[in-house]
Design a protein around this ligand. Sequence first.
Ligand code: ATP
Ligand code: MG
Length: 401
Amino acid sequence: MPDRIPEILLAYEGEMTLKGLNRGRFESCLNKTIRSRLRGVGDCRITQAQSTVFIAPASPDFDMDEAERRLAHIFGLVRLSRAAVCEKDFAAICRTAEAYLGLALRAVRTFKVEAKRADKKFPMQSPELCRELGAHLLRCHPHLRVDVHDPQLEVMVEIREGGAYLHGPKREAAGGLPVGTSGRALNLLSGGIDSPVAAYMMARRGLALHHIHFASPPYTSARARQKVEALAGLVSEYTGDCTLFVVPYTAPQEYLRDHAPAEIFTVLMRRSMLRIAAAVTKRCELDALVTGESLAQVASQTLAALQCTDTAQQLPVLRPCIGMDKNEIIAVARRIGTFETSIQPYEDCCTIFTPPHPKTRPHLSEILAAEAAMPGLPALEAAAAEGVERVPVRIGEAPPF
Ligand code: ATP
Ligand code: MG
């Protein structure tokens, strides 16, 4: 029995197989992401055939576990599995099946063998290969029974050009569409729970994302900003490398505090934030804005308030959390690993200067009238958009928080 069984990683493409003529573009985007995400885990050869990406280690230090972990976060892949590779020879297949899957077979009571023979030169046909390999495994594990309908373990053997592959169990991957195939957008990232989830959800639909964060020092601290940088780093496991734009928002916010009617302060501030975000979006040639807003979560997220916010600028505002309960958002945040950071108690600019009794049904006419009475605001917003700081966010380099 060999000491180390040569293994290969298999990644299965999902929804993109439905994309007809666009398929080539989807695949090239996915391959680019896979190549960049596997950088640093060792040399490997990446090939692609029939909706499957094959990742074959090409150096002894290739880290299979880390590669699998990273692939599980790449949108566009629905399943992953590992397979042991051996010569296309029946005796070698039996030996490898036992060495690779023997432990798993000992832990179950029922199994079945499936065979696929893409290489028709292999002398045994699929049914014969299934039968003979099944009989061999039954001799090795007399406690087992074959159940073709609902086996606890399926032993899959595939005869391909490059060798015989014995598949390990399949695991679910991230699903969705490859990042970059649906356009590019700017996500408004606060330090809260919702906006990292919003980024994850839109990246999953193929959007390439950058983030924008509004900071109002000294009212918001350096620590609050580090928290946002940490969140952007955590989400980059899904979005890939990106930029976090940090807006120096103190001056517009103080101006709003001093001039806006208290009960519509928050909606006026949200409009101001969206105008600045739109200016950055246009400068960077992105196509849309993303927020973590959820209908009726707070006064500024009622239908009337969102209507007022939306007319502040022209770009589409995507709100993937709009129909989700807080508990559902939290469940996603936990799954993607942002929850623990999000709940650290640091102030956000949206929570300073907020009035005790915000209006839940603001009228656009009163909003526009209030803005007309704040002639100093546009220049302050333009200066804030101009003074934006670019912080590079690199996968795996999230500053610990
Ligand atoms: P989160 O929604 O991220 O949990 P939150 O609930 O404290 O944080 P809300 O007041 O609900 O924030 O803000 C709604 C949305 O506005 C956020 O999801 C985010 O997209 C955006 N937002 C709020 N504050 C900021 C900020 N300081 N910088 C950038 N975007 C922000
Ligand atoms: Mg929120």
